[in-house]
Every structure is written in C-alpha cells, then in structure tokens.
Ligand binder design. Structure first.
Ligand code: NDP
Ligand code: GDR
Length: 325
C-alpha cells in the first residue's frame, strides 16, 4: 500500500486530494495543527465523509521537529505540501508569518525529507500568483515571475527551493503552478465563495447586498477536484518536473458575479456594491494559463466549466444556509 503524507489536509485541496488518494487505495496521513476549536477541525474531511479514513498526526510546518517525527513514524512514499497561509490579502497584514509558513515551511519539509526519507516523492503547491505583474499575456512554465504580494514572494521562494533540492540532491520534487481553483469547500474569504455565500444569503432574505473590491481583475478559474488529479499525476511520472495547471480561459470577478447571481434568478447589478477598503495594495490584474505541457505529458485536462463551478457552489451555499434555519 502506498503511503501519502498531506500537509494542509484540512484545507480545500487537502480534503479533495485525500479523497482521491483513498479512492486509489492509498494510506493517507494528514498533518494537522492543534486548534482551540477542535470540534470544527477536519470539517471539510467530514463533509466529504472521509474524516475517519485518514490518519491525522499533529504537527506544524514551522516546527521541523514535528515534521521529522511524523515522517519518521509514517515513512511516506509521497508527500504533498499543501499547507500555507494561502490568503493573498492577509499576507500584507502578516508578511512575516506568511514568509515563515508559506516560504520557509516548504524548506522545513524538504530538509526533513532530505535527511530521513530522501526517496519520497515531493509535491510543492506553487501558484499562478508568482506571475503577478504579467510579463506575457498567456503564462506557461517559461514565463518570468514577478511577485506582487508577500504571499507570492513566499511562494516564489518555496518554488525556487523545491527546484534547487531537485537539482542539488536529486530528490523527486515537483512544483505544480496551479491557477485559481474553486469548489464548495473553498474558504469563505476567497472571492468566488464570498460571492456564492452572498448569493445564498440574498436569495434566502438574510442579506440585501454584497460588498466586493476590484471587479475587473481576471482569473483563470478551474475546479479543485480536477486540479488535485494533476498533483497526483505529477508524482506518477518517471522524471520530476514542474507543470502549469490551468483551464486556458479567463473571466473577471464581475463575470463570476453574473454567473452566480443568474443561477439563483437574481441580477448581480442590483446587489453588488464595491468598497475601496477591499482593494489590495498591489493587484494581479490578469491570469491566463497555458497547460499544454500538463495536457501532453500528464494527459491531464480540466473537466468542469466555470458555469458548472458557480452552479455547484451556489447550490451548496443555499443548502448550507437553508439547513441553518
Ligand atoms: P487552504 O487555505 O484551504 O488550506 C491551507 C491549509 O494549510 C490548511 O489545511 C491549513 O490548516 C494549513 N496550514 C496553514 N498554516 C499551517 C502551518 N503552520 N502548519 C501546518 N498546516 C498549516 O488552501 P487551498 O487548499 O486552497 O490551497 C492548497 C495549497 O495550494 C496552498 O499552499 C495554496 O497556497 C496553494 N494554491 C492554492 C490555489 C487555489 O486556487 N486554491 C492555487 C495555487 C496554489 P488549518 O485548517 O489549521 O488552517
Ligand atoms: P487570489 O484569490 O488572490 O487570486 O488567490 P481571491 O479569491 O482572494 O482573489 C481573486 C481576485 O478577486 C479580487 N476581489 C476580491 N477578493 C477577495 N478575496 N474578496 C473580495 O471581496 C474581493 N473583491 C475583489 C481580488 O482583488 C483578486 O484580484 C487565490 C488563493 O487561493 C491563493 O492561495 C492562490 O495561490 C491563488 O488563488 C492562485
């Protein structure tokens, strides 16, 4: 039985990846942080009905001793480093924490693996945010990076270190440069989920408007379930390489609002307000990925369209709010 260790298993991608690996017959170990709200830890795993099928080990990406202990105890064949302070907007408020977790945290786990389990295959969750101030209208593995937030700077450091560990020590280490991916398990602070949650509240008469920031930013949005499949495929190859994972289509926040409100029979222009307080100190205006390499080498293609994603998320949020009378 193949053993996988997932950091960030309680997040959106960690939960879907755990589900995928369980379907494939893996033993799945997840790293979890101690929380004072222990009753809600693992909520996404519970939602997917797999909480009791994964082994949760306590640890923190910033504490290398905990990583060494967990790797030593579980001897993983594959390690997926998904843990991060992943909210771009928060990274300006907590730049040091973001650098420590999202940047140095990746080196902690690479270093722990190098010392005690160098044969394990390693996946690093790199991000399209690293492209930042766009140098080319369509971004692929050769497009130069230009980080625009403390989060992107930290991810760029982790990305470079992963490549460096591969080249220096011959470790099987891959970076997936994933563009935005969403689902009903997306954190409520991210714009798509904030919108679908807002639509649900308005539809059920629990709110009368939704306040957003920049409606003109464009993102290449896919579905998280499709994207975790690409992570797994990267670690099944003969050679470790980096891959862009994207749909090749870009839409604005305004477009996503229209799709989500329309699905609930509402007109977005009646309910969406904007506030300068939600604008970022530096914005990433446009992301549009070229996943040709992932398509040709991994045989990966996204399945879900943005319309389907918006529909699934709105339905899930209406169901959630309806069950909380
Ligand atoms: P989430 O924010 O949903 O999940 C982040 C996870 O990291 C949570 O499980 C969180 O645990 C954990 N975590 C945070 N800090 C620590 C720490 N110090 N030690 C251990 N675990 C920690 O992110 P997503 O699932 O959306 O994304 C997964 C990864 O992919 C992230 O690295 C993200 O930056 C990256 N990424 C995401 C994209 C997207 O569109 N979703 C696109 C490109 C990259 P807890 O539950 O305790 O907070
Ligand atoms: P992003 O996702 O920063 O791309 O990072 P987010 O959904 O937070 O923002 C997308 C765009 O929407 C604009 N926006 C708003 N964003 C939020 N959160 N809230 C608002 O009210 C709002 N109004 C407009 C933002 O300015 C931005 O342009 C996500 C994360 O998952 C990262 O971890 C990951 O690396 C990247 O995607 C790829």
């Amino acid at each position: 039985m193949t053993t996988a260790l997932i950091t960030g298993i309680t997040g959106q991608d960690g939960a879907y990846l755990a589900q995928l690996l369980l379907e494939k017959g893996y033993r799945v170990i997840g790293l979890i942080r101690r929380s004072a709200s222990s009753d809600v830890v693992g909520e996404r795993l519970r939602w997917l009905g797999i909480l009791d099928r994964v082994e949760l080990k306590d640890g923190d990406l910033t504490d290398i001793s905990s990583l060494i202990r967990v790797i030593h105890e579980t001897q993983p064949d594959e390690v997926y480093n998904l843990a991060a302070q992943s909210f771009v907007a928060a990274s300006w408020h907590q730049p040091l924490l973001t650098g420590t977790v999202t940047g140095l945290g990746a080196v902690n786990i690479l270093e722990a693996l190098r010392i005690i389990r160098p044969q394990a295959r390693f996946y690093q969750a790199s991000s399209s945010e690293m492209y930042g101030l766009i140098q080319e209208p369509v971004q692929n593995e050769r497009t130069p990076f230009y980080a625009r937030s403390p989060y992107a700077c930290a991810k760029l450091f982790a990305h470079s270190m992963t490549v460096n560990y591969r080249e220096s020590f011959g470790m099987f280490a891959c970076c997936g440069i994933l563009f935005n991916h969403e689902s009903p398990l997306r954190g409520i602070e991210f714009v798509t989920r904030k919108i679908t949650d807002g639509v649900a509240r308005i539809k059920l008469g629990r709110a009368d408007h939704l306040t957003l920031g920049n409606l003109e930013a464009r993102r290449d949005w896919g579905h998280a379930k499709d994207y975790v499949r690409a992570m797994w495929l990267m670690l099944q190859q003969d050679v470790a390489e980096d891959y862009v994972v994207a749909t090749g289509k870009t839409s604005s926040i305004r477009d996503f609002c229209r799709l989500a409100f329309e699905h609930a029979g509402l007109d977005a222009t009646e309910f969406v307000r904007t506030s300068p307080s939600l604008l970022r100190p530096a914005e990433v205006d446009l992301l549009l990925g070229d996943a040709s390499k992932a398509k040709s080498k991994l045989g990966w293609t996204p399945v879900k369209s943005l319309q389907e994603i918006a529909t699934e998320m709105v339905d899930a949020d209406i169901a959630r709010h309806s069950s909380r009378q």
